[in-house]
Design a protein around this ligand. Structure first.
Ligand SMILES: [Zn+2]
Length: 349
């Protein structure tokens, strides 16, 4: 088979009633176990073959801690959650909520990516951060939060204090089964969207915002968008503002020029942000993750949340149907890996 494959690897699968086993070969007599398989349609369905070294039983303590949620998704659901490696890009108002909830849910393996440090104005919404953390890297605060909930020995945390598309950050994301993008601007979002398509990642993108012109509350809300290898990307969904993305990806001189000419639309001015709205959006994302990974139901492609200044309807959540755009440039980068040259493209804006 290897001769016929012209240098490409060969894999063999055995399907059982409720399990799967798989091996693969790069060269004759060099078999390797397949540790996990991701089924890339609308949901992060991850299968760990029975011979995988990642296949782990659920401990007695874990079963007791998770007793109330095992009533929802069973011991098998708990085991699946414990095996997934999750990356969180952005550990601010949204990302810290996501980290906290995933640790409670039973996720053990975390990749944390952020180059920012905690400042005083973060403390109204960064769960797990306190006044004594001022100046500390956000990834360090997130790592401590996860380890406190999970107990130190039951958490594996890889912190990357770097911004995308830095190579250490891109490499780290390649080890993740599911990525949560908790970013605060469309420039960073555009880059992560490209990375996700180029490296076949399953990626939940979170966004929240409050509209209060001149200090008068108008409306607020947010959304959770799911990008899978086979599904539409954020561009296809119309979830990236190209002008805003270009502004954030341009040089400091170009940004200054854009502000002078009035093109910047206040993108880099501090916007209203509260812990509760961030918590709602983060909870929506973690619930979708939980439903998809445990197999309770497939994930939704796009969940939207509104919080209106009008008394009725004052809060509502809904889903929107999304489809792939056949002409999308980002989607054309699917699975090309390093050939996507995400760093060069981000700099070219
Ligand atoms: Zn697309």
């Amino acid at each position: 088979m290897l001769d016929a494959m012209g240098g490409r690897p060969y894999a063999a699968l055995v399907w059982g009633e409720d399990s799967i086993d798989a091996w693969w070969w790069r060269a004759p007599a060099r078999s390797e176990r397949v540790d996990r398989m991701v089924i890339s349609d609308v949901s992060p369905r991850i299968i760990f073959p029975t011979s995988s070294r990642l296949q782990e039983p659920v401990s007695t303590t874990e079963k007791e801690v998770a007793q109330r949620q095992i009533l929802l998704f069973g011991v098998e659901g708990q085991r699946r959650i414990g095996q997934v490696t999750v990356a969180i890009v952005g550990l601010g108002g949204l990302g810290l909520h996501v980290a906290q909830q995933l640790a409670h849910l039973g996720v053990k393996k975390f990749i944390l990516v952020d180059n920012d440090k905690i400042v005083r104005t973060n403390l109204n919404r960064c769960v797990g951060a306190s006044h004594s953390d001022l100046g500390k890297p956000k990834v360090a605060v997130a790592a401590r939060l996860v380890k406190t909930i999970r107990r130190r020995q039951a958490a594996e945390v890889h912190s990357v204090p770097q911004k995308l598309p830095g190579s250490a950050a891109v490499d780290a994301l390649n080890d993740a089964d599911v990525v949560f993008g908790c970013l605060d601007n469309d420039g960073a979002r555009l880059v992560l969207n490209r990375v996700a398509k180029a490296y076949n990642l399953t990626y939940f993108d979170l966004a929240s915002g409050i509209d209060a012109p001149g200090g008068r509350f108008d409306s607020a809300g947010g959304r959770v968008a799911l990008v899978t290898p086979d599904g539409p990307c954020l561009n296809c969904m119309g979830e990236i503002d190209r002008k805003e993305a270009e502004y954030f990806l341009s040089s400091p001189t170009a940004q200054q020029e854009a502000r002078k000419r009035g093109y910047a639309s206040g993108w880099d001015l501090p916007k209203p942000s509260v812990v509760s709205l961030n918590g709602t959006i983060s909870s929506m994302a973690v619930s979708e993750f939980m439903l998809g990974v445990t197999g309770l139901r497939p994930c939704e492609g796009l969940c939207v949340y509104y919080l209106s200044s009008l008394a009725s309807p004052f809060q509502s959540a809904t889903k929107r149907t999304v489809s792939a755009d056949a002409d999308c440039f980002t989607c054309s980068l699917r699975a090309v890996g390093d050939k996507a040259e995400v760093a060069r493209m981000a700099a070219a804006h």
